[in-house]
Design a protein around this ligand. Structure first.
Ligand SMILES: Cc1ncc(COP(=O)(O)O)c(C=O)c1O
Length: 393
């Protein structure tokens, strides 16, 4: 039975319990709950990343990624420069242009990839967009073209519910920016030809390096097609028409941060300790459910995502819906400021290009107890700001 939402007009008392960790940023995300700098003490600092010790660490990062994400054995996994952006750019500049492309965007990062393909690469592309909160109808997409899309729109909190719309026998490649999805959502590897993510997102690692996952079909394209444009060394995945296999066993294109690698290995160990991917998904789902229960109980707040099937379990985006609010952007900013000033929720304002509201990271490194402790503060900040606004009017 649907619960009725009480309208809150009463001034709410300041809660007394604060979250143990108020870090709810959507990137870099909260580090693993057991994190301490001492855990990085085994990093082979001051050693060559091409020495056996460095290579072994880089290979362990690749192997651990495959193990926890369940990536098929015949997919390549590479550690590449420039975080998720580097991985996506590398894929687009290396692979696109062989056939028509379809660019899908429903928030800021997807829109960025559209700009690159249309304005920089200038290739023949159909662009399909949806407003913040909505998603492109995947059933309308021609997967015989190369399709570039974002699995989880970090700035709108809207995700692809599953890979059902992607045909197994597609002729095009699917290039998926999964940076705020990997380690929190089930990704259908058989439907994804290129998948990218950064360590700084769901596992709370450090930025700097991107992960590039290639299906056999993506490798086939790399080895059979040469783009018409020049590629800088930092993007080059082939040499003499053959894949540079070394990249996919830990021989990085340029020098990686072994401290960041160590940090990722520690995060992977922690992921194993909470039950691997299914454990991480369960943690993200529990965090999101705590917010969903709160939304259900309060009539002044709602998900930005319109379809419940597309509500993200990592970057949860919320909007204020109270008719008493005069200036939505100023109101949301003021609430986020109050939460930050109290030290109970850091970095929870909506992304700069997104509609006004809040964005609360719910990935697995966040403890459900911290979400639960933060929510009464949100109620307090909302009521206090409504009162302030009424007084100022
Ligand atoms: C969907 C998406 N794509 C790309 C990026 C850029 O990631 P990075 O800064 O790690 O390159 C982000 C960062 O938040 C993102 O959310």
């Amino acid at each position: 039975m649907a619960m009725t939402k009480p309208v809150s007009h009463d001034v709410v008392r300041k809660p007394t319990t604060r979250p143990a960790n108020p870090r709810f940023s959507s990137g870099p995300c909260a580090k693993i709950p057991t994190f301490s700098l001492e855990k990085l003490a085994d990093a082979p600092l001051g050693r060559s990343h091409r020495a056996a010790v460095g290579k072994a660490r880089l290979k362990a990062a690749i192997d651990g990624t495959r193990e926890i994400l369940g990536i098929p054995d015949d997919y390549r996994i590479g550690i590449v420069p420039a975080s998720d952006t580097g991985a996506v750019e590398m894929a687009m500049w290396s692979l696109l242009g062989a056939r028509k492309a379809t660019m899908l965007a429903w928030e800021s990062f997807g829109a960025g990839w559209v700009t690159d393909v249309v304005k920089q690469l200038k290739i023949d592309a159909e662009v399909k967009t949806a407003d913040y909160g909505d998603i492109v109808d995947l059933a309308s997409v021609d997967f015989d073209t190369d399709v570039v899309f974002t699995w989880n729109g970090t700035t709108s909190g809207v995700r692809v519910p599953n890979g059902d719309a992607i045909p197994a026998d597609r002729a095009g490649l699917t290039i998926c920016d999964a940076t705020s999805a990997a380690f929190a959502m089930d990704l259908p590897w058989d439907k994804l030809d290129v998948t990218t993510f950064s360590w700084q997102k769901v596992l709370g690692g450090e930025a700097a390096h991107g992960m590039l996952v290639l299906s056999p079909r993506a490798v086939e394209r790399l080895e059979s097609y040469t783009p018409a444009w020049p590629l800088p060394k930092i993007f080059r995945l082939t040499k003499g028409g053959k894949l540079i296999e070394g990249i996919f066993v830990g021989e990085t294109i340029n020098t990686p941060s072994m401290l960041a690698v160590e940090d990722y290995l520690v995060a992977l160990d922690w992921a194993r300790s909470v039950g691997g991917l299914q454990g991480l998904i369960a943690r993200a789902n529990a965090n999101t459910k705590a917010i969903a229960d709160f939304v259900e109980l309060h009539d002044w707040i709602d998900f930005l995502a319109q379809d419940p099937a597309t509500v993200s379990n990592t970057s949860v985006c919320l909007k204020f819906t109270d008719p008493r609010i005069h200036d939505g952007a100023a109101f949301a900013k003021a609430v986020a400021k109050r939460l930050e000033a109290e030290g109970v929720a850091l970095d929870v304002g909506a992304y700069r290009d997104a509609p006004p509201g809040l964005r609360i990271w719910c990935g697995g490194t966040v403890e459900t107890a911290d979400i639960a402790a933060m929510l009464p503060w949100l109620e307090w900040a909302f009521a206090t700001e409504i009162e302030a606004q009424t007084k100022a009017a």
